[in-house]
Design a protein around this ligand. Structure first.
Ligand code: PXG
Length: 451
């Protein structure tokens, strides 16, 4: 597009886009997008409205983050009130009441002795924070050999150097290979189509994938490993549900060897599985938990790390005025984010969103698995209000079939996410049965037209 060209579309929101060129879009084919722009102008409940006035059913809660649905009035008002009362307070050596209130409310709802909260601004920052706390924890305890981090193949832990180092998505690492963290190793991923295709909920086969941690302990020396980080349900890589017994086994091996277990709950947190957190859903308590997204219903960026009592306590030593952890962000516990999070938690509590998700999860599972005979489908996966539809790749063109499906669904008023040749669905937890039906019907119809 010519740089001076002006695009002005008729729009109910009067959104005017002067030029698309200057914005370097994240994880987007910029040239394709700018030739075929897809702009969202407003949102309410389960729907976006595009800039040309079409209603788009949100099949992925934005990017797995708007769990309570769009445009929640209480959240908007809380942000507005907070902005006029206290716009910002320094986060180092100073505080403000809402940050403490939010931490107290969060920890009251967390399982086990996860009773401290460290704030940041995104999932990527939450992951890097959790990894740094894990490393610093062992140092604080005088266990200076534990410097190794273990991630997993196909994992997505955001885009910081820590996150891509423990992450396992090839394209996210390749260009930065020279600068990845040293002393990182990876568990195998748990995807086993031959044994587990079309599993409903947790697949029965594959707990043994956790035994690879014992092998890494033997290889590197268990006493050199600081932490293992996993997504309880891997999302971005195409929705990989943990096999039955797998997470329990990881926990046992970590306990046996004094290794910290980190759950990256950026997408599984805040009701997505039909429980407040995956830790509760699976009955496995991690030592550290990274969250973001649903924490504020995405209305203001915010991330956090939850730490168990012994982790926090290990740092609380030495002179009282000494800084215990050399880490933090200008916007840690930003007042607007805290206000949004408190209002979000109140909506979750009042509307019982995790319970609601649980009560509708069976219907969701049936809808996902109703696509078994749809064209191109080679696997269907689900847990809580997460669904995945894996397509056979078009020969020689990996990802093309799913991307065309995404474009065609958008044209028909349904927003889905695709990664590789997998369609991932994660609507807001307020989704109604009729909307679930529409998602399945639209995808079936579109797959019939995609070559
Ligand atoms: N950890 C996990 C498990 C995530 O899913 C991040 C960390 C990073 O969060 P931030 O806030 O830095 O983006 C994520 C992010 C998708 C998709 O469609 C998933 C994410 C982000 C964008 C798209 O699968 N997850």
């Amino acid at each position: 597009m010519d740089k001076t060209e002006t695009i002005t579309r008729p729009s109910p929101s009067k959104l005017e886009v002067n030029t698309l060129e200057p914005y370097w879009m994240p994880f987007t084919g910029n040239r394709h997008f700018k030739r075929n722009p897809r702009l969202l102008a407003s949102a309410a409940g389960m729907y976006y409205t595009s800039d040309d006035g079409r209603k788009i059913l949100d099949g992925c809660a934005g990017l797995w983050c708007v769990n309570a649905g769009h445009g929640r009035r209480e959240i908007t008002e809380a942000i507005q009130r907070q902005a006029s009362e206290l716009d910002y307070a320094p986060s180092f050596q100073m505080g403000h009441p809402l940050a403490f209130e939010l931490a107290a409310r969060l920890t009251a709802t967390l399982p086990g002795d996860l009773d401290h909260v460290f704030y940041c601004n995104s999932g990527s920052e939450a992951v890097d924070t959790a990894l740094k706390i894990a490393l610093a924890y062992h140092q604080a305890k005088g266990d200076f050999r534990r410097t190794r981090l273990i991630g997993r193949e196909r994992a997505y832990h955001g885009v910081g150097f820590g996150g891509i180092s423990v992450g396992g998505i090839t394209y996210n690492r390749r260009a930065y290979a020279a600068a990845l963290l040293p002393q990182v190793d990876h568990l195998p991923h748990t995807h086993d189509l031959a044994k587990n295709a079309f599993s409903r909920g947790q697949p029965g086969h594959g707990a043994h994938f956790a035994d690879a941690l014992e092998q890494l302990c033997a290889l590197h020396g268990a006493d050199t490993i600081a932490a293992v980080i996993v997504e309880p349900v891997a999302g971005s890589t195409g929705v990989l549900v943990p096999p039955q017994g797998y997470l329990e086994k990881l926990r046992q091996i970590c306990d046996k060897h004094g290794i910290l277990l980190i759950f990256d709950e950026v997408i599984t947190g805040f009701g997505r599985l039909g429980a407040p957190f995956a830790a509760e859903y699976f009955g496995v308590l991690p030592d550290l938990m990274s969250v973001a997204k649903g924490l504020t219903n995405a209305a203001v960026p915010m991330g956090a790390v939850f730490a168990r009592k012994p982790v926090y306590d290990a740092f609380m030593q030495g002179p009282e005025n000494a800084i215990e952890l050399f880490h933090g962000y200008t916007y840690s516990g930003h007042p607007l984010a805290c206000a949004a999070a408190l209002a979000t938690l109140e909506i979750h509590r009042r509307e019982g969103l995790a319970e609601r998700a649980k009560s509708i999860a069976g219907y969701w599972e049936d809808a996902i698995h109703s696509l078994k005979d749809a064209r191109h489908v080679i696997d269907l996966r689900n847990l809580g209000i997460i669904g995945a539809i894996e397509l056979a790749p078009r020969p020689g063109q990996p990802g093309a079939r799913a991307f065309e499906t995404f474009l065609e669904c958008f044209g028909r008023g349904l927003l889905i996410r695709v990664t590789g040749d997998t369609i991932a669905l994660s609507p807001p937890l307020i989704v109604e049965k009729a909307e679930i039906d529409r998602m399945a019907e639209t995808i079936r119809a579109v797959l019939a037209t995609v070559s």
